[in-house]
Design a protein around this ligand. Structure first.
Ligand SMILES: [Zn+2]
Ligand SMILES: [Zn+2]
Length: 236
C-alpha cells in the first residue's frame, strides 16, 4: 500500500510531543510524504495549547517546500453527549478534525457509554474522523460505531501508535474487527501515525500489516489518494 499523507501528527505544542513543525516538514521531504496534518490536542489535555493556537493556524502557509500542511486538531471527547473542547465556529475553519477518547479527559465508561459518546460526537458536522477507536481502555460496540460512521459519512482511524507493543491502548482484535466491518459497510479509514516525534511521521507499519489480512481496496484508505482524502474531508 502506497501512502501519501499522514493526517494525525503532534508537535511540541501538544505539551507531550518532542518535535517541531519544521522537524516534520524536513522528515516529510526525507520520506517523500506529500502532505500531513498537524493535529494538536484540544486544551483539555494537560499541557496542550489553547483556543488561540487553533484560531491562529491561518498564519501557516498551505504548502511549505511543496509539502501540503493541513490545519487540524485532535479534539478530546468530554462526555457521552459528544461535547468537545473547541467551539464549532473555530472547528469550521480547520481542515482535519479528529475527535478521540483520552483518559486525561473522560472517565473510562461502559461499552454503552463509550459507544454513545462516539456516536454523539459524530453528529457534529465539523468532526470528520474518530481517532483511535478500538482502544482497550474504551471498549465499544464496534458494529454500532461502524454503522453510525456509514450513516453519517464519517471516517474511522486505524491508529498505528495504538498497535505498537508499548501502547497502553493496544487491542488488536478490536482493530481487526473495525477493519472487517469498515470493509463490509464501505466506511473509509485513515491511517494515523499519531506521531509525537518526527521519526514516526508517516509510519503505518503495524496498521498496514493488519489491513493486508483483509484485502482492503485502496479506495477505502484515504492516505493513498490526496484528492479522495480532501473530497471526503471537504477540504478546499
Ligand atoms: Zn489520541
Ligand atoms: Zn494523537
Amino acid at each position: 500500500m502506497f501512502t501519501l499523507l499522514d493526517p494525525h501528527v503532534h508537535t511540541v505544542a501538544s505539551g507531550h510531543a518532542y518535535s517541531t513543525l519544521k522537524d516534520y516538514i524536513e522528515q516529510a521531504k526525507e520520506i517523500n510524504l506529500k502532505a500531513f496534518a498537524i493535529t494538536e490536542h484540544g486544551y483539555k489535555m494537560p499541557g496542550s495549547c489553547g483556543e488561540i493556537y487553533f484560531r491562529n493556524l491561518k498564519t501557516l502557509p498551505k504548502f511549505v517546500d511543496d509539502i501540503r500542511i493541513y490545519k487540524g486538531i485532535e479534539l478530546n471527547i468530554l462526555d457521552t453527549e459528544g461535547t468537545v473542547d473547541l467551539a464549532d465556529r473555530f472547528l469550521a475553519r480547520l481542515e482535519v478534525v479528529i475527535a478521540s477518547l483520552h483518559t486525561a479527559c473522560i472517565p473510562q465508561g461502559t461499552v454503552d457509554e463509550n459507544t454513545i459518546a462516539i456516536i454523539n460526537t459524530m453528529k457534529n458536522p465539523n468532526i470528520k474522523i474518530i481517532g483511535h477507536p478500538g482502544d482497550v481502555l474504551y471498549p465499544i460496540n464496534i458494529e454500532k460505531v461502524v454503522k453510525a460512521a456509514s450513516d453519517m459519512g464519517k471516517v474511522l482511524e486505524i491508529n498505528n501508535a495504538s498497535l505498537k507493543p508499548e501502547s497502553h491502548r493496544k487491542d488488536v482484535n478490536s482493530i481487526k474487527e473495525i477493519i472487517r466491518l469498515c470493509k463490509e459497510y464501505n466506511v473509509p479509514m485513515t491511517l494515523g501515525s499519531d506521531a509525537h516525534f518526527y521519526k514516526h511521521l508517516g509510519d503505518f507499519t503495524f496498521a498496514i500489516e493488519l489491513l493486508e489480512e483483509f484485502n482492503i481496496s485502496d479506495d477505502l484508505i484515504l492516505n493513498t489518494n490526496i484528492e479522495l482524502f480532501e473530497r471526503v474531508l471537504e477540504i478546499k
